[in-house]
Design a binder for this molecule. Structure first.
Ligand code: 13P
Length: 254
């Protein structure tokens, strides 16, 4: 059975001390309030990551991730962080292909395929983000866009490597806008993604793939979204900056 995951993406928010404070609250609440086997992941800025891994020691339900990693193993790339560095401090995940990286940093499917290979080679689990813009949705191109993000970004992997991925569907028009995809809209795309995985790999691989929804997800709308058969959790932006809201979303699976 696939894992239910609620992951927080802090983006470029919270200074070091603020981040440690919010994270300490999160692990205490998760410890006291979360039952069952679900996993909570916080993807923090690089600056916080080592300290958060240390704080999370002994809390098996809380894992850490980065928000980006470079495609090269190492080398003369001033200012960049490698997958090996991220792995070496004990983080488990890395977000790749977030729409903000695609939009503001020009990350293409081709580059993201390389980043995915390097992350997997260093034993990090990519949370691979896909999703259409408002224009693409209005032009009814969203199935094509999502399919090409999968085909060009991750479908070069063999089944064993693909099975390490978490996929996150984040419609760009729902990110940080307060406009959530309806549970029907999200379910439609999640079912489509799972069908594409089944066609490319196998039904078994598709059934075992965790597919998260992201975009203005909050404690109010998470129960209906997560009740959909193909939605296995969320990738949470704004609401992950508030410990109470984030843990309330994690607790939807209690
Ligand atoms: P918001 O939850 O703030 O809309 O952000 C979603 C997101 O981009 C998570 O990666």
């Amino acid at each position: 059975m696939r894992k239910k995951i609620v992951a927080g993406n802090w983006k470029m928010n919270l200074d070091y001390n603020e981040g440690l404070g919010v994270f300490s609250e999160i692990i205490n609440m998760v410890k006291d309030e979360v039952t069952g086997t679900q996993e909570a992941v916080i993807c923090s800025p690089f600056i916080h990551l080592h300290s958060l891994v240390q704080l999370a020691k002994g809390y098996s339900k809380v894992s850490l991730g980065a928000q980006n990693a470079h495609q090269a193993e190492s080398g003369a790339y001033t200012g960049e962080i490698s997958a090996k560095m991220i792995k070496s401090i004990g983080a488990a995940y890395v977000i790749l292909g977030h729409s903000e990286r695609r939009q503001y940093f020009g990350e293409t499917n081709e580059l993201l395929a390389k980043k995915t290979d390097t992350a997997l080679a260093n034993d990090l689990r990519p949370i691979f983000c896909i999703g259409e813009t408002l224009q693409e949705r209005e032009a009814n191109q969203y199935f094509n866009i999502i399919k090409s993000q999968l085909v060009e970004g991750v479908f070069h992997l063999d089944a064993a490597h693909f099975s390490k991925l978490v996929i996150a569907y984040e419609p760009v028009w729902a990110i940080g806008t307060g406009v959530t995809a309806s549970s029907e809209q999200a379910q439609e795309i999640h079912a489509f993604i799972r069908k594409e995985i089944a066609t490319k790999y196998s039904q078994e691989v598709a059934d075992n793939t965790t597919i998260l929804y992201g975009g203005s997800c909050n404690p109010k709308n998470a129960p209906e979204l997560f009740a959909q058969p193909d939605i296995d959790g969320g990738l949470i932006g704004g609401a992950s900056l508030k410990s109470r809201d984030f843990v309330d979303i994690v607790k939807v699976f209690n």
